[in-house]
Write a protein that binds this ligand. Structure first.
Ligand code: NAD
Ligand code: UD1
Length: 354
């Protein structure tokens, strides 16, 4: 068995897929989640998929006492920190909730990590920290700026991590900047399960395909892109999950163990890394690919641009390849196929009662 890892927010969409990838790579994982945006059914299904009960603790990352109990009971190599809120619109309406969860929650976690001398962290950041990019593809040195509280909360955490790395070089802090995660586990047992009407494109398309929603509104068709619709770097969630394993392997390579614990060889400091495919796909291209795969009509209408949207966004994935040896492998067709399998087997997501 490899090192023990604490996975905050591990019951959520990306966290649940990453738990499977970590288990497959031989890690011992402990999941910590307050279930504010996830379901116990996801824990059951991950347990079924990995063939053993997942170690789960219900708790909030803002609750220092609860975290201390967890750190006292386990010797962690590091933490993968997914826990946070992610809805842009809700963050505009409830900025304090977002700063409290995403920023205060991370500070509390870091304080407890420091107290227990656990200094390896992989943090869920987002391509949203790049705002409207000046040049494409976006690399890790591109300028950062955000226009909504959700994005600001991610950028603020990045600044905190940078300051922390400067203050003390025993910290190893990797913010992974995800582009647009989509898709589901190929088993069709776990996937994205948005509350209410989805804000994001892929879950919206799949709910139209399965007949839960009538038609898709495409926000803007006059962007300077291949067909006038927005272009994004969609990345399969299982590729993304493997990116976390690769980042963890990288952290482990920088450290070596002796009898008294872990001794630092190289300081990783603050090391942001994009996780994307490097390819842009337009909204219309995704609709067409999904329709081909699912053999369903996806009715759509063109609507006004959505406030805060940008024309195009895709990653330079070179740093992840060169440093972590990781590359996204799955295609847009794979992303649509796996989303469709999950959506059609589970039209109501994890809510088996609905
Ligand atoms: P998700 O909502 O499915 O998962 C987040 C999990 O964190 C949920 O299980 C939720 O219950 C838990 N959580 C929230 N606040 C918590 C708290 N205070 N204490 C403990 N647990 C808490 O979201 P996701 O899509 O899996 O995203 C995971 C992370 O990646 C988030 O931080 C998100 O901001 C970031 N991210 C997501 C995307 C995306 O498109 N999904 C893109 C970029 C970054
Ligand atoms: C959005 C968030 C971003 C967050 C990411 C993942 C905004 C402005 N940005 O990114 O901060 O990190 O989700 O949670 O909300 N589209 C439609 N119709 C729809 C939905 C989307 O046409 O019903 C279009 C959008 O205009 C965009 C593309 O599809 O061009 C992708 O949208 P979405 O899936 O919401 O992701 P982002 O906007 O890239």
């Amino acid at each position: 068995m490899k090192n023990k890892i604490l996975v905050t927010g591990g019951v959520g969409y990306i966290g649940s897929h990453t738990c499977i990838a970590l288990h497959e790579a031989g890690y011992d994982i402990v999941v910590y989640d307050n279930l504010s945006n996830s379901s116990r059914e996801a824990i059951n299904r991950v347990s079924t998929l990995i063939g053993q009960s997942i170690k789960f603790i219900e708790g909030d990352v803002r609750d220092a006492e609860s975290l201390k109990r967890v750190f006292s009971s386990h010797q962690f190599f590091g933490v993968i920190h997914f826990a946070g809120l992610k809805a842009v619109g809700e963050s505009v309406a409830k900025p304090l909730l977002y700063y409290n969860n995403n920023v205060s929650g991370t500070i509390t976690l870091l304080e407890v990590m420091a107290e227990y001398d656990v200094k390896n962290l992989i943090f869920s950041s987002s391509a949203t920290v790049y705002g409207d990019p000046e040049t494409l593809p976006i690399n890790e040195k591109s300028k950062r700026s955000c226009t909504n509280p959700y994005g600001q909360s991610k950028l603020t955490v990045e600044h905190i991590l940078e300051d922390l790395a400067v203050s003390d070089d025993s910290w190893n802090l990797i913010p992974l900047r995800y582009f647009n995660p989509v898709g589901a586990h190929p088993s069709g047992k776990i996937g994205e399960d948005p509350n209410d009407i989805p804000n994001n494109l892929m879950p919206y398309i799949s709910q139209v395909a399965v007949g839960k929603l009538e038609k898709l509104s495409i926000f803007g068709h006059d962007y300077p892109t291949i067909d006038g619709t927005g272009v994004r770097d969609f990345i399969h969630v299982t590729d993304l999950a493997k990116g976390h394993v690769a980042a963890l392997n990288y952290l482990e390579k920088q450290t070596s163990s002796n009898e008294s614990g872990t001794t630092k060889q190289n300081s990783v400091g603050f090391l942001p890394i994009n996780l994307g495919t490097g390819k842009g796909t337009s909204v219309l291209e995704l609709v067409s690919a999904f329709s081909d795969v699912s053999k369903q009509d996806i009715p759509y209408q063109f609507a006004e641009r959505r406030a805060g949207d940008i024309a195009s966004c895709y990653a330079s994935a070179d740093k992840a390849k060169n440093l972590l040896g990781w590359q996204a492998k799955l295609s847009i067709t794979d992303m649509c196929q796996d989303t469709w399998r999950w959506q059609s087997i589970n039209p109501n997501g994890y809510d088996i009662e609905k």
